[in-house]
Write a protein that binds this ligand. Structure first.
Ligand code: 13P
Ligand code: SF4
Length: 360
């Protein structure tokens, strides 16, 4: 469906279902798993490499990152950690835009990923040439893009934000009288608009994982668990967001659970986060928010198919072969760094208020 806003056309930018791969989770015998973990630890050390992992990846990868001096965090802290790390090689366990951000910030470092096919539906739904034409239609607007975009889209932007920083950045820019072109996530865009009252022209993309969370079914589940607190990532539809006790980035969700100290939580984000949530609030019960409607079935079912491509076997192979290196076109690298650096500098100046920051 095409929406009209201020005479600018806003066509649907969600990717077709056939572009979404099956979510395949690697299963390993305990002996192979132990051997892989030991091998990866040795290789990381030999190659002066650190593991920068997202909460949605395999719990084994998250534990390895913790045990070897790497990090497990949200997009903002992944970027920050990679930038501040002294290691010569960054192994980004996440999706492509996270690897690209690491490379853009650290062109002198080698950036590897367990699987270069690990994409993101938001990134795939926002091709740089079309996005650039969209921005050209309203050149008076400040272009703010979500981290979940390609290097080429970032190169067209004035600012990059993450879910932990979006509302603060837009509020700050609004106070200077700015209006915005926003991409790619329509749900996050609507949420920011509602929180800030900003004038935003919103690209109509969506995350295939979060879009599957269902408002009516969540209301039913809440009735069955009246004491449960609801934690929601802002890439979810408005009908889900409006039932939340906390709306936050992945790090923000973990912090909120720690602060609430409830016995039960319903969680609307990728189920990979349950590993850290259980560590953060031992003994609490975490329930997946419903992803299938009454008659429908989910496709990704709260587990990002691209995040699941990060496996122990692929990580070991990547380190052994030194393959799967991320490269960013040198013609756009410096320009793409501008909006990312703006965010990092902004976040640094507000370290206490930007929720996602591990060290806030
Ligand atoms: P966070 O920055 O909150 O970790 O979000 C990244 C992401 O891709 C969520 O789907
Ligand atoms: Fe992209 Fe959604 Fe996967 Fe996050 S969960 S990486 S937004 S497809």
């Amino acid at each position: 469906m095409t929406v009209l806003n201020n005479t600018v056309e806003l066509p649907d930018r969600r990717i077709p279902p056939e572009l979404v791969p099956e979510t395949i989770v690697e299963t390993l015998e305990p002996a192979e798993r132990d051997e892989l973990r030991a091998r990866i630890k040795r290789l990381l050390k030999e190659q002066d490499a650190v593991l920068v992992a997202h909460y949605y990846t395999d719990p084994d990868l998250q534990s390895l990152a913790d045990e070897t001096g790497g990090t497990v965090s949200d997009s903002l802290d992944m970027a920050r950690f990679g930038h501040e790390s002294k290691a010569r090689t960054l192994v980004v366990s996440g999706v492509r835009f996270m690897g690209e951000t690491a490379k853009i910030l650290n062109p002198e470092k080698r950036v590897l990923m367990p699987d270069l096919a690990a994409e993101c539906s938001l990134d795939l739904g926002c091709p740089a040439d079309e996005f650039s034409r969209f921005c050209d239609q309203r050149p008076d607007r400040t272009v703010v893009v979500y981290a979940n975009t390609s290097a080429a889209v970032k190169a067209r932007a004035d600012w990059m934000v993450t879910s932990s920083s979006a509302v603060e950045v837009i509020t700050y820019l609004m106070q200077k009288g700015e209006k915005f072109t926003w991409a790619p996530d329509k749900y996050l865009g609507q949420y920011i608009q509602e929180q800030t009252g900003a004038d935003m022209l919103i690209w109509q993309g969506a995350c295939v994982v979060h879009e599957e969370f269902k408002g009516i079914e969540l209301a039913d589940l809440k009735r069955q668990h009246p004491e449960a607190r609801v934690l929601v990532h802002p890439e979810s539809p408005a009908s889900v967001i409006e039932q939340a006790d906390a709306i936050a980035s992945t790090t923000g969700i973990i912090r909120a659970a720690q602060e609430m100290r409830a016995k039960e939580y319903i969680v609307a984000t990728d189920k990979g986060i349950f590993h850290k949530l259980k560590e953060a609030v031992p003994g609490a019960v975490f329930i997946e928010a419903p992803t299938a409607g009454r008659s429908a079935t989910c496709k990704s079912c709260a587990h990002c198919p691209w995040m699941a491509m990060n496996t122990l076997r692929k990580l070991a192979r990547t380190l052994e072969t030194r393959g799967n290196e991320i490269h960013v076109d040198p013609r756009i690298l410096d320009r793409a760094r501008v909006p990312i650096k703006r965010l990092l500098d902004f976040a640094e100046s507000r370290r206490k208020t930007i929720y996602g920051a591990n060290d806030a």
